[in-house]
Design a protein around this ligand. Sequence first.
Ligand code: ADE
Length: 225
Amino acid sequence: MRIDILSSLPHLLNEPFTTSILAKAIKKKIVEIHIHDLRDYAKNNKKQIDDYSYGGGGGMVLMIEPIANCINKLQQEREYQSVIFMTPDGKKLTQSTCNELSQQRNIIILCGRYEGVDQRIRDIFVNKEISIGDYVLTGGELPALVLCDSIIRLLPGSMSNSSCALSDSFQDNLLAPPIYTRPSDFKGHKVPDILLSGDTTKISDWKEEQAYKKTEQKRPDLLDQ
Ligand code: ADE
């Protein structure tokens, strides 16, 4: 899979791809990440990428040309299944969107900044608008990283235990059951006996039951879906 991220603050995006599962996925060539600085696509000498909004109103708006130049160049080189704009007014990110995107070959993620991007970018180029929640951040870079992380961990080979991603909370509209590791007894707080029994059928039934109970208590809305 190839992910191209377009940003006016590209240095915000680098670090998470240099450690742990994301770095390993890149090293194993499971995913390619290409980060593009929108200023490199600005036409004028000042490398201007934002301007005042027509009709007044506070704040600056990301201009159409640098973004269009970058997206056009990428789309001439290969086909992209999704051009995603990270925005608080987009569709709220869910596990099923992550699953869907993890099946695609090439995606572009555009990060907003300032008051947003020129609406024509959304009209002409973008086919998915994604929000990571009902709150407003200073830009789309952190949301883009959230999206990348949630997709990359689903790619075959990126996690050492491939069954892990499938047993995540939300994969079947259930929260994951509680998990434990050594010691089996911490100052009288014991791991449930069943997990130490070695009986795999009983353990699996217990986990399923716990997943239901936890979902009922914490996120009953998921059970209605
Ligand atoms: N940009 C600013 N806030 C955002 C959010 N909640 N989701 C996606 N992009 C954003």
